[in-house]
Design a protein around this ligand. Structure first.
Ligand code: SF4
Length: 482
């Protein structure tokens, strides 16, 4: 997993379990790969909502022995882990966002990116509204509180129809959870059930495995699911089946965890299919197939199965290297890369090696790893990538570098091969990617490869679009981060 492309966010919610808050904590832990900048839990006893959140990973925010989970202990809970896709990484932008309006309290947790947030915020500010964060999620609370929306027979459905872009949302009201997914189903959201019958919602089904819940189904695009004392009920805020889905296929390639089922398919199995197809598209005369761990592992297994070239772990990843806030020199940075990803010399020395990764963004990290393999004695290196070359930014909740920084921008395959310093390079063709998926090809977003944005975007928008004014809030990084 490289740090060049950042996950979006992870959501978890549970209604009516005696250990709801503890299960939210463990659910968030299993979704930690979707965001490590901040974490938070809001819980309700049926009348009042309370919330605790902070900067850093789940284990950091909810420190063992701090008593925070005990204070939050209530039967209804939602949680959030964040990577900032709109709004910078500050405590004011951490979630859930807890507010009070004319109908009582509400806490909101969001995964995705609203492409009309700046426009909506400008409209509210023109009428005197005051915002306290720079994240796009706060706009949703203002929409909910607007008097003409409050008086609507279904205020939430009405509000969701004002949003454009990618969103999975959890709303915690004092007596219930409402979970919603945008009409295109860009990001995943699914429903589970514990053995005690409590309903659970989460960004990925891996969270259900962790708390011993079973997968029930995905929240459908355009659906609102209510979890309350009557159980689970559903309604649609767009006419069901009228919108062609735009699922982010990058969730399958990189973001989601291997044991998750998203868009109707297990992630590990999908990645193995990509590997098998990659071996057909780009065979190599090699002694061993190795992955860039962890995200390249499933595809490398598939490549090995198809090519009959043995699979081995030529690199091992340390899971104990934390985030650092010092600005290290180039030499220290190289040392940190080696610390994170160590080469097993015995596997690659004197060999012709196929290296499989899920994707390449800037290319500099990949080249660093290639150089390490050469230093360990690899004779030939054949780079294989299980998605097409990334050439465009994402506006639907994933943070890539600028277009100019992308390796494949304005480079042909031979120039990419030279840059990476490999003997050959082979990317998955778009047709191979889409035909490997279970759903029809036009159900997926492919914009970061094709530049075809199915939901219109303003190319000038960026993650700091709502930060016209610097908000001076003190973030105590020394206490809240590694
Ligand atoms: S542009 Fe790429 S990362 Fe963004 S939603 Fe589309 S497929 Fe996913």
């Amino acid at each position: 997993m490289t740090s060049e492309k950042k996950e979006n966010c992870g959501l978890f919610g549970i209604f009516g379990d005696a250990e709801s808050v503890q299960k939210t904590y463990f659910g968030l832990y299993s979704l930690q790969h979707r965001g490590q900048e901040s974490a938070g839990i809001a819980s309700s006893d049926g009348e009042f909502i309370q919330c605790y959140k902070g900067m850093g990973a789940v284990s950091r925010v909810f420190r063992s022995g701090s008593g925070i989970l005990e204070k939050l202990a209530n039967p209804i809970a939602i949680g959030h882990v964040r990577y900032s896709t709109t709004g910078s990484s500050k405590s004011i932008n951490s979630q859930p966002l807890l507010s009070e309006y004319s109908r009582g309290q509400v806490a909101v947790a969001h995964n995705g990116n609203l492409i009309n947030a700046a426009l909506l915020r400008a409209e509210y500010e023109a009428h005197g509204s005051i915002f306290t964060s720079t994240s796009d999620t706060e706009v949703i609370i203002h929409l909910l509180a607007k008097p003409t929306h409050v008086s609507n027979p279904d205020p939430l459905a009405h509000v969701l129809n004002h949003l454009q872009g990618a969103y999975c949302l959890l709303f915690l009201f004092a007596d219930r959870i409402e979970a919603a997914r945008d009409p295109y189903g860009i990001r995943p959201l699914c429903i589970g059930q514990t053995d005690r019958g409590a309903y659970v919602v989460a960004s990925e089904s891996c969270a259900f495995d962790t708390i011993g819940a079973k997968f029930v189904r995905e929240v459908e695009p355009g659906e609102i699911v209510t979890l309350d004392k009557r159980g689970l009920s559903s309604r649609f805020f767009v006419t069901r089946g009228t919108v062609t889905p735009v699922h982010c296929i990058f969730e399958h390639i990189y973001f989601a965890k291997q044991n998750s089922t998203i868009f109707g398919e297990n992630v590990h199995e999908f990645r193995k299919k990509l590997g098998r197809r990659l071996a057909i598209e780009h065979p190599a005369n090699a002694d061993v197939v190795i992955p860039i761990p962890d995200s390249g592992t499933s595809a490398a297994i598939g490549y090995s199965e198809q090519s009959k070239v043995p699979f081995d772990m030529g690199m091992v990843r340390s899971h104990y290297v934390g985030r650092t806030f010092i600005s290290p020199s180039q030499k220290l940075r190289e040392l940190q890369v080696k610390l994170k990803l160590a080469v097993v010399k015995e596997v690659v020395d004197g060999k012709s090696v196929v290296v499989v990764d899920d994707s390449i963004v800037r290319g500099t990290t990949t080249r660093g790893k290639i150089r390490t393999l050469r230093q360990a004695g690899a004779k030939q290196i054949h780079m294989r990538v299980s998605c097409p070359p990334i050439r465009y930014p994402c506006f639907y909740g994933v943070d890539f570098p600028t277009r100019e920084e992308l390796l494949a921008n304005n480079r042909d395959f031979e120039q990419i091969r030279e840059f990476l310093e490999v003997d050959s390079v082979g990317y998955m063709p778009m047709e191979g990617l889409l035909s490997s998926a279970n759903l029809p090809a036009d159900y997926y977003c492919t914009a970061c490869w094709s530049g075809k944005y199915k939901i219109p975007v303003d190319a000038a928008e960026n993650k700091f679009a709502l930060e016209r004014y610097q908000m001076h809030m003190f973030d105590d990084w020394s206490q809240t981060n590694e």
